[in-house]
Write a protein that binds this ligand. Structure first.
Ligand code: HGY
Ligand code: MN
Ligand code: MN
Length: 413
C-alpha cells in the first residue's frame, strides 16, 4: 500500500516565519538583521528556544553556527543536515535564509508529531554570516567548518565601523566551542526561495537545484587628486569619481559583451572626502561577476579588468584591483536531486531543474557531503529587498518536499 504522504503543518510554519519576521523588521515588510547584530542575537535566542521546545539537543560552535540535533536509531551515524542562515541583507526580505532554517524546524516538528523515529540522526543548522553584507566575504560560518577560511581570517574580518567578527560574536554571546562544529555529514539539504524569476515564469512550484553558479568579487581602489571644486579648471582635474562613473557603465557593458547569462554588479561604493565642494580624490567600489560556466565568468572578469584599467589610464587616476572572493560553479548530488524530483511528483507538484543565480551555504557543504537545494518561486523574482515574497501555498509545498526528502534520506532509502 502506498505510504500516506506526510504533510507539514502549514499554519504553524507560517506563524513561525511571521513571528521571526518581527525581529529586525523594516518598513515595507523587509528585514535588517545583519550578522552578529543585536537583531541577529534576538532571532538566534528565539530560534534556540524553538529548537529546545522541539526536544533537540542544541549546541553552538566557534563560528556561532547553531545546531539542533534529533537523535536517530544509529546514534553514531553521520546526520542528515538541514538548514540555511538567519542573517539578512540591510534591506532584506523575510524569506532569504530564514525559510531554510524554519522549514527544517517544521520538518522536525512534523516528524515529532508523527512519532517517526529515523535510522539516522537529523541536525538543523543556522550558519553565521551567509550574506557577507556586514562581514565580507560571505558564508564565513559554513566556510569556516568546511576549511575554506581559517579561524584567524574569519575572526579578524571587520565591518564598516571597524568592529571585528570575533568581538561581535563574543558580544552577542554566541562564541561557542570548536568541538561543537559538525564534522561528518551524511547529506546536506537547503530549502530556499529562488530569488529570481525562473520558476514563476515557468509556472513551476518546485525548483530542483542542480548547481550554484560561480561568482567572483573584486575590490577596485582609485586614486586621483583631491582638489577644490571651484577654482580647479576642468582640464586640470584627476577626478576619481568621474573615472568610477565611466567604469561602472563599462562594467555593465562587459556583461552584455559576454552573453545574456553574465551578470556584473557594482553594489558597494565609498568616496573621499565625500563633501560638496571637494573633487573626490579617492573612490573604492566592489564588483560582483557571475556566470553558470566558469570559463565565461573568468572571461567576464578579465574583460572588466581590461576596461577599467584603460579608463583609469585615460582619466589619469591610479587603479588597484584586488580579488576579494570567488566560488566555482558547483554541481549538486544527483541522488538527492532524484529524491527531490520524486517528492515533487509524489505530491503532484510541478517541478523543474534550475541553476541557482545566488550563492548559498550549500556551496561549501557540497565540499564535504552530498548536497542539494529545493527552491520555491519568488514573486516577480524579487529578493535582497523588502518586496521579497513567496506565497504560503508555495512555501507549504516546498516544505512538504523537504519533509519527504529528509525522511527518505534519514531512513536510508
Ligand atoms: O550573494 C548571494 O548570492 C547570496 O544571496 N548571499
Ligand atoms: Mn540566502
Ligand atoms: Mn541572500
Amino acid at each position: 500500500m502506498e505510504q500516506a504522504l506526510m504533510k507539514v503543518n502549514r499554519n504553524r510554519l507560517q506563524e513561525t516565519i511571521e513571528t521571526s519576521a518581527q525581529i529586525g523588521a523594516i518598513p515595507g515588510n523587509g528585514l535588517c538583521r545583519l550578522a552578529l547584530s543585536d537583531e541577529d542575537k534576538e532571532i538566534r535566542d528565539l530560534f534556540r528556544s524553538w529548537l529546545k521546545d522541539s526536544g533537540l539537543q542544541v549546541r553552538v560552535d566557534d563560528f556561532g553556527n547553531i545546531y539542533g540535533r534529533r537523535e536517530g536509531k544509529k546514534k553514531d551515524a553521520p546526520p542528515i543536515l538541514v538548514g540555511s542562515h538567519l542573517d539578512t541583507q540591510p534591506m532584506g526580505g523575510r524569506f532569504d535564509g530564514i525559510l531554510g532554517v524554519l522549514g527544517a524546524l517544521e520538518v522536525v516538528r512534523t516528524l515529532n508529531d508523527l512519532e517517526i523515529e529515523t535510522e539516522l540522526p537529523i541536525e538543523i543548522v543556522s550558519f553565521t554570516n551567509e550574506e557577507g553584507a556586514r562581514f565580507e566575504p560571505p558564508m564565513l560560518g559554513s566556510g569556516g567548518i568546511t576549511g575554506i577560511f581559517d579561524k584567524e581570517f574569519i575572526y579578524s574580518q571587520k565591518d564598516k565601523s571597524g568592529k571585528s567578527f570575533v568581538d561581535e560574536l563574543k558580544r552577542i554571546g554566541y562564541l561557542g566551542d570548536e568541538s561543537n562544529r559538525i564534522r561528518k555529514v551524511h547529506s546536506y539539504l537547503e530549502f530556499h526561495v529562488e530569488q529570481g524569476p525562473v520558476l514563476e515564469q515557468a509556472n513551476s512550484a518546485i525548483g530542483v537545484v542542480e548547481a550554484i553558479q560561480g561568482m567572483t568579487w573584486l575590490e577596485v581602489k582609485l586614486t586621483g587628486e583631491g582638489d577644490h571644486a571651484g577654482p580647479t579648471p576642468m582640464n586640470m582635474r584627476k577626478d576619481a569619481l568621474v573615472a568610477a562613473a565611466k567604469m561602472i557603465v563599462a562594467i555593465q557593458h562587459a556583461a552584455r559583451e559576454i552573453d545574456e547569462m553574465t551578470t556584473t554588479t557594482v553594489g558597494r561604493m565609498a568616496l573621499a572626502p565625500n563633501v560638496v565642494n571637494c573633487i573626490p580624490g579617492e573612490v573604492s567600489f566592489s564588483v560582483d561577476v557571475r556566470h553558470p560556466e566558469d570559463i565565461k565568468r573568468r572571461l567576464a572578469v578579465e574583460l572588466v579588468r581590461e576596461k577599467i584599467s584603460t579608463i583609469a589610464a585615460a582619466e589619469g587616476v591610479e587603479i588597484e584591483i584586488r580579488d576579494l572572493w570567488e566560488i566555482e560553479t558547483t554541481p549538486f548530488a544527483p541522488q538527492i536531486l532524484k529524491h527531490i524530483t520524486e517528492g515533487a511528483k509524489a505530491y503532484g507538484y510541478s517541478s523543474r531543474r534550475i541553476v541557482s543565480g545566488a550563492g548559498h551555504d550549500a556551496k561549501y557543504l557540497s565540499d564535504i557531503a552530498p548536497t542539494a537545494m529545493i527552491f520555491v518561486p519568488s514573486v516577480n523574482g524579487k529578493s535582497h529587498s523588502p518586496e521579497e515574497l513567496t506565497s504560503w501555498e508555495d512555501i507549504e509545498q516546498g516544505a512538504n518536499v523537504l519533509l519527504y526528502v529528509v525522511e527518505a534520506l534519514a531512513n536510508e532509502r
